[in-house]
Design a protein around this ligand. Structure first.
Ligand code: GLU
Length: 305
């Protein structure tokens, strides 16, 4: 195999629920935009093992709201790869594309609370605003944040632009929303109990121009709807969880425990991505690697072994 797996700093066994806590309900929620790689395998195996080891439930959800990038052949490949790994899920496979009505209700609720505003900005407009600003706010990964251009649009102007058919997204007014709900906390199995800082990502999109929801809104609504109590995913989504915590408070949804694992790197230190074919489960299978090889490549140990 080209692309060896780099050191994994996370624990090599899954967490068990604390005394008195119910068995975990976990989930794996891939987007069918490419083949699963070893980073996905870590999230999936961790979630599956945590559910099985605690006598809990493991759910599978296909996050396919992005109609441009999602493809049926990748969804089929996800199911095949999970079966090859020996992972079985409980209940039906949930597809986000079937749940747009549920997300629309959540968006309506945020609008009713006057915490969402329409944003007509194009990417180039946002970039120009940022370039012109003396000091633009930046997010945790150094990315420039949305400067809030449309937040102060007069409702009459926004309505006029909507009725002219100008494309728009919905954004969450994060400062206003945070002020409404006060200080929030959430728990990560590695990082401990954290105070939520959703403002770090700025006014996130809650419904895109091309899709009537967004990753943040759909994932938060669905984790609640599926009764998920432990979310395991890569640490690239760590900051997103602060936003999800805020959405939970606004929409009256339950807050799971989280486990954000290290992003698994290859031997050159490159983060695994769908573009790096060498680390896809498909490629490993073709090279006659076994599911046991995958467990040891990601450094996780099944408790039953
Ligand atoms: N659908 C996301 C992805 O494939 C993962 C979302 C999550 O686990 O919260 O990257």
């Amino acid at each position: 195999m080209t692309g060896q797996v780099g050191p994994l700093r996370g624990p090599d066994t899954v967490a068990v629920p604390a005394a008195g806590e119910r068995p975990w309900v976990t989930r794996f929620a891939p987007s069918p935009t490419g083949y699963l790689h070893l980073g996905h395998a870590y999230s999936a195996l961790y979630a599956w093992e945590a559910a099985r080891a605690s006598g809990g439930t493991f759910r599978l959800r296909i996050e396919d709201i992005d109609r441009q990038r999602c493809r049926p052949e990748f969804e089929q490949a996800i199911l095949d790869d999970l079966r090859w790994l020996g992972l079985t899920w409980d209940g039906p496979v949930v597809r986000q594309s079937d749940r747009l009505g549920v997300y629309a209700q959540a968006l309506d609720e945020l609008r009713r609370q006057e915490l969402a505003y329409p944003c007509f900005c194009t990417r180039s407009r946002i970039r120009a605003e940022i370039d012109d600003a003396a000091s633009a706010p930046h997010g945790p990964s150094g990315e420039a944040l949305y400067p809030g251009t449309c937040r102060s649009l007069a409702p009459r102007e926004a309505a006029a632009r909507m009725s002219r058919g100008e494309p728009f997204a919905w954004r969450l007014d994060v400062a206003k929303a945070s002020a409404r709900v006060g200080t929030l906390h959430w728990r990560d199995l590695r990082a401990g109990v954290l105070t939520a800082t959703p403002e770090a990502l700025g006014d996130v999109v809650i419904a895109r121009k091309d899709v009537p929801t967004s990753y943040h809104l759909a994932v938060t609504v669905d984790d609640h709807a599926q009764g998920v109590t432990l979310v395991s995913r890569g640490e690239d989504l760590f900051h997103a969880t602060h936003v999800h915590r805020l959405l939970q408070a606004l929409l009256g949804l339950a807050t799971p425990t989280y486990y954000h694992h290290n992003l698994i790197a290859d031997s050159t230190g490159q983060r695994m991505s769908k573009r790096n074919r060498a680390v896809t489960l498909r490629h490993l299978r073709e090279r006659r690697h076994t599911p046991d090889d995958v467990w040891s490549l990601i450094g996780l140990r099944p408790q039953a072994a």
